[in-house]
Design a protein around this ligand. Structure first.
Ligand SMILES: *Cc1c(COP(=O)(O)O)cnc(C)c1O
Length: 361
């Protein structure tokens, strides 16, 4: 059977080359007579896999020795909790730029810990249809937290934010992780659930500045303590071994195809196919966000009626394109065009959109 064009928001499409390599390795990894799933995480072969995956994160983002890379369980959602638990000293306030569903969840976790929270900026008053261009910090900010791509609302920061360098910048990059070059040195911490851009579900990749890590609160329960995980090389307990192996294959694919610069170009081309189909539809498709903040990863749009949207989704499925339904909280349509989505898939969707307008516009 042919593979579908997969526009799922996450878990999402993986590169075909990666799936084939995993398939070839699955039964008998490098002549060991077992799969990675069946291997001891304490074996030297597995150690080599996790070490290489960590090294690839560092190479791809060009990280210096001042950064550590962790692989943690609980997804990005666990980071919503671990960050404020660790990095809010007495008398300081977490500052959040509120840009949608995910920052709302991050805020909720802070409140559950009984900590104060300051909204440094918010786009809620306009249904999260833009990225705030300025922010106002509180007194004694613990850190500033942003969501660099809003998976559900379809907005993205196209520039690293300008922030007071004395205030640690923390980014939830789950849905645009490794999709373009960034000025990584601006960030004290970056985290991302793997299942959008770099692998299957089950693991968050955390990039953290060592001097920031050193400020983490001590004495937390072990599984919630960044330093416990860092000291153990992300193997304090059994890590999600197969997911980390798969991330390693995706990162090798990224390096082989030309790294972040090349991915960024591809991602722009893919998004342009689809945004052009929206913009050239004489208002049949309506983008949901201001053009300058449009996401290159999650393209959200509406049609004149919900009936047409339902028809679009079902006809697209018949044409081999899946995952185009908007998030259940906002409706409409959404095409996720992550790193691993091949260019022809985005092109096919754009053509399908043009044909659909001709028939139903
Ligand atoms: C998907 C997503 C999350 C949640 O990730 P989990 O790994 O499911 O916890 C958080 N933030 C953003 C921006 C996301 O896209």
């Amino acid at each position: 059977m042919e593979r579908v064009h997969n526009f799922n928001a996450g878990p999402a499409v993986l590169p075909e080359e990666v799936l084939r390599e995993a398939q070839a390795d699955l039964f008998n990894y490098k002549g060991m007579g077992l799969s990675v799933m069946e291997m001891s995480h304490r074996s030297k072969e597995y150690q080599a896999i996790i070490d290489e995956t960590r090294a690839a994160v560092k190479r791809i983002y060009n990280l210096g020795d001042d950064y550590d890379v962790l692989f943690l369980q609980g997804g990005a959602s666990m980071q919503f909790l671990m960050v404020p638990m660790s990095f809010v000293p007495e008398g300081k306030t977490p500052n959040i730029v509120h840009t949608g569903t995910w920052s709302k969840k991050a805020i909720a976790e802070i409140k559950k810990l009984g900590l104060p929270v300051h909204l440094a900026a918010s786009s809620e008053e306009k249904s999260f249809s833009y990225i705030p261009k300025t922010h106002q910090l509180s007194d004694n900010p613990a850190y500033l937290h942003i969501t660099t791509n809003n998976t559900i609302y379809g907005t993205e920061w196209h520039h690293d934010p300008e922030v007071d360098p004395a205030v640690p910048l923390i980014a939830d990059m789950s849905s645009n992780f490794m999709s373009k070059p960034i000025d990584v040195n601006k960030y004290s911490m970056i985290y991302a659930g793997a299942q959008k851009n770099v692998g299957p579900a089950g693991c968050a990749v955390v990039i953290i500045k060592k001097d920031f890590l050193a400020t983490a609160k001590e004495g937390l329960p072990s599984m919630l303590d960044y330093n416990v995980h860092a000291k153990a090389g992300s193997m304090y307990n059994t890590p999600p071994t197969f997911t980390i192996y798969m991330i390693g294959l995706v990162l090798k694919w990224i390096e082989d195809m030309g790294g972040l610069e090349k991915l960024a170009v591809n991602n722009q081309v893919k998004a342009k196919y689809i945004y052009d189909a929206i913009d050239n539809s004489h208002g049949f498709y309506k983008g949901t966000v201001v053009p300058e903040d449009r996401s290159l990863m999650n393209i959200t749009f509406r049609m004149p009626t919900e009936e047409l949207e339902a028809l679009f989704i079902s006809e697209a499925k018949k044409a081999g394109m899946i995952g185009l339904k908007g998030h259940r909280s906002v409706g409409g349509c959404r095409a996720s065009t992550y790193n691993s989505l091949p260019l022809p898939a985005a092109h096919a969707l754009a053509e399908f959109m043009q044909d659909f307008v001709k028939k139903h516009g």
